[in-house]
Each structure stands twice: as C-alpha cells, then as structure tokens.
Design a protein around this ligand. Structure first.
Ligand code: SF4
Ligand code: SF4
Length: 228
C-alpha cells in the first residue's frame, strides 16, 4: 500500500534529479536479483518479533529521512513529523565537505517509539506513508566482490525472526527487494543533489531541511569554455 502524495516538493525533486543525476548510475529495481544464502526466500516474521525496528529508545536513533521521504511527508501533510536538517561533514581545518553528516529523522513518541508505531497492536498506523527504509528493511543491496554486480539480500545482522514458509511470501519479498534498490538509488541521488546542488534544492522548497548557505558546501565555479 502506497499512500504517499507526489505533490509540489516531490515533483521539484524529480526535476532536479532528472537534471543532475545520470540515469546510467541508477539500478533497475526490476532486474537486480535476490540472492539469499541457499537460494532461500526469507520473510521476516513481524507479528512475532520482540526486537521491533520501530522502537528507538536511544536519543540519537530513529528513522533517517531521504530527500524523497521528506518530499513525500511534506506533500502528504506530515511536515510536522520531520525532525532536524541535513548537515555536512567538515575536514580537520573546518572546511565544509560535500558529504552528508546528519539527516532529518521521523518524529518519535516520548518513549522512543516511532511516531507511527501503535504499541497496543504492534502495527504501523502510517503504513501507507512510511519512509523507503521501512519499506525495504530487512532487505538491502549488496555488491559482488569481483564483478561489482548488485544483488539484494536479507540483512544477516538483522534481529528479525523469520517465517519457515518464506516461499509463500514471494511477492512481498520481491517488493522488499525492489524497495531496497529504490533506497539505494535514493541514497545515490541524495549524495549528488545535497553534495553538488544544495542551493537548487533550497530554491525547490527544501530550505527548512537545509543548513544556511554558509554551512553548505561551496557551489563549484562553472568551467569556462573557449567560446566564452
Ligand atoms: S522487520 Fe524485522 S525487526 Fe522489524 S518488526 Fe519485522 S521482524 Fe521485527
Ligand atoms: S514508519 Fe511505521 S514501519 Fe517505519 S519505523 Fe515507524 S512505525 Fe515502523
């Protein structure tokens, strides 16, 4: 179920992405194969889970939001659930780098549970607008050591109990794997747009989620051509 609105901010982001991100660098969610050990279909057993990924008791933990998540939350009327801004790393001399340091997070309840987590039912009541990372977890993209080819897999370190009869859930597993690829692409797009086009993002309406220009990476000077 996808109830995320694709409104003004999402459309602005899409335009920037088309202008600045090379599509050749993005993975195709429909062709990246799923490769679990032994060829197994591994499905998390969320109803019987006690280590729920929706609980974040540590103050610095929580669901990190991509630019696309921010845009969808704003467009879906949930701007109030976006906490914090993107920030950039600095080198030892204090120069601002084009690498993302902090990211905005999804709001939490006082006890650390995700804002959307309903403890009495153990369910997400924002399921239709949940961020991409929630859609793909516990699947991720990995790369083969020799060829560098991408594949998706169940995350080995996850605390998830799993269902015995995973094969019956092939369609849900395929969707999580596709969302893992989407999440990988979104991370790449964020690195390009935040690292190299932060002022264009500000103009597109992301200003509330960005630091002031003095704390953003310098925009590279356009390269002069012979004709100029
Ligand atoms: S995805 Fe894993 S950790 Fe999260 S609720 Fe389901 S089983 Fe638990
Ligand atoms: S948005 Fe939903 S799935 Fe994601 S952490 Fe919150 S409650 Fe869990």
């Amino acid at each position: 179920m996808d109830e995320r609105n694709h409104g003004k901010l999402s459309q602005g982001l899409e335009r920037l992405s088309k202008a600045h991100v090379d599509p050749e660098e993005l993975l195709d969610p429909d062709t990246v194969p799923i490769k679990n050990r032994g060829g197994e279909w591994i499905m998390p057993d969320c109803p019987s889970c006690t280590e729920r990924c929706c609980l974040h008791p540590e103050p610095d933990s929580g669901i990190l939001l991509s630019l696309q998540d921010v845009a969808h939350l704003v467009d879906s009327g949930h701007a109030d659930l976006i906490v914090g801004t993107y920030t950039f790393k600095r080198n030892k001399r204090g120069k601002i780098l084009d690498e993302i340091d902090e990211m905005p997070r999804l709001a939490k309840q006082d006890n650390g549970d995700c804002h959307f987590y309903e403890s009495t039912t153990g369910r997400c009541h924002g399921y239709g607008v949940r961020p991409t990372i929630c859609r793909r977890f516990p699947y991720e993209v990995s790369y083969k050591k020799k060829s560098g080819k991408a594949f998706t897999r169940f995350i080995g370190w996850s605390q998830c109990p799993t269902l015995e009869n995973g094969e019956e859930h092939q369609e849900s597993i395929r969707q999580m794997a596709r969302d893992a690829v989407v999440d990988e692409n979104v991370s790449f797009e964020d690195a390009v747009l935040l690292g190299e086009h932060v002022e264009a993002l500000r103009q597109a309406g992301f200003g509330a989620y960005l630091p002031p220009p003095s704390e953003c990476p310098a925009v590279p000077e356009p390269v002069a051509t012979d004709a100029e």
